[in-house]
Design a protein around this ligand. Sequence first.
Ligand code: 17E
Ligand code: FE2
Length: 423
Amino acid sequence: MNQIINARLRGRDGLFSIEWAGGLIRAIDAQPGPQPATAEALDAGGMLVIPPLVEPHIHLDAALTAGEPRWNLSGTLFEGIERWAERKARVTPEDTKARAHRTLRMLAAHGIQHVRSHVDVTEPGLGTLKAMLEVRDEARGLIDLQLVAFPQEGIESFANGRALMTEAVEMGVDVVGGIPHFENTREQGVASIHFLMDLAERHGRLVDVHCDETDDPHSRFLEVLAEVTRVKGMGARVTASHTTAMGSYDNAYCSRLFRVLKQAGLSFISCPTESIHLQGRFDSYPKRRGLTRVPELDRAGLNVCFAQDSIVDPWYPLGNGNLLRILDAGLHICHMLGYEDLQRCLDFVTDHSARALALGAGYGLEVGRPASLVLLSADSDYEVLRSQGQALLSLRHGEVIMRRTPGETTLLPLSTPAPGYGP
Ligand code: 17E
Ligand code: FE2
């Protein structure tokens, strides 16, 4: 098998065939019309073929631990951090690896082939990070994994926080993280940003900071991260995750903030299901949605994408690896069901995330790039979203790594013909 036929491609009319050899795409050709199925080719049947889905923000080290030893009953971020500290005290490398691999398989089953995972490095000895570095190698057949040195309990306000971050970078993480809104003081938050940006610059690493993950409108570390990014010229390498406080900033402040954000050119990741669950917890009514300003960032020309954040952990009790579910929720919560957004909604879980992860020429349906692609169950962005479409097949470097056979629904009685919409 070295070809897929009758594929629809985003942003292009008609049907296409895609051919590969040696794990790379060799040709993408417009077809004059539908081609008959053959034993040698995969038949896309007129459905959409896209580059693999990208999960840009998840915590694999905490996945599948909800309720161990106790559930997060308040539903706040801060209780989540406390519950995780209890579970972390009992974590072993074997336990971490088993849960991470199980979770990666859930992601791969939904057409995801690129993942960025935060790894808590506020752990003396860094045993969890060592385990996750092994997972990064072992999972290569299914997924490209970027690891972030994530200081869950702070850099400045955790014992030896700076040394742990530095050691994590020397051990080989891809990305430097941070959590300025959790540091004990504003000054520590600012200092943590300068520290982590210098560390990333010195070692040539990417940056992805949990930034202002709170409803507190006075949590304003994004302006600091953006300004340091601008001064260092690192915009293509820096991401701000969450930035939920932006949903509580007033418009006057945002008009100034957006000027700096555009100058910096950094990327943004919103985790809509997680944020609508964790934020708004100190409100009665009206109750805030607790998300960053996704459409406004997008309209300003900034790169924004959606992510899952958690699967069954102290912060979020649900999740199954299906990123299209997150896209659905995000578009609803962010008032992005307008016609134009519907036409291009897959950008937020594919190309935009690939840009945040700086995947470059390692990603995308183009001749010479990896023969990695996903077949979806509908023929357009809009239809994928409307029908709650699924990834039916995942091809990675020319090898099929996942196939799904969707369930079939028969509506009875069959005597009432209703042409048009499918299930
Ligand atoms: N840790 C954190 O600080 N924020 C989150 N959303 C998760 C872990 C999942
Ligand atoms: Fe997170």
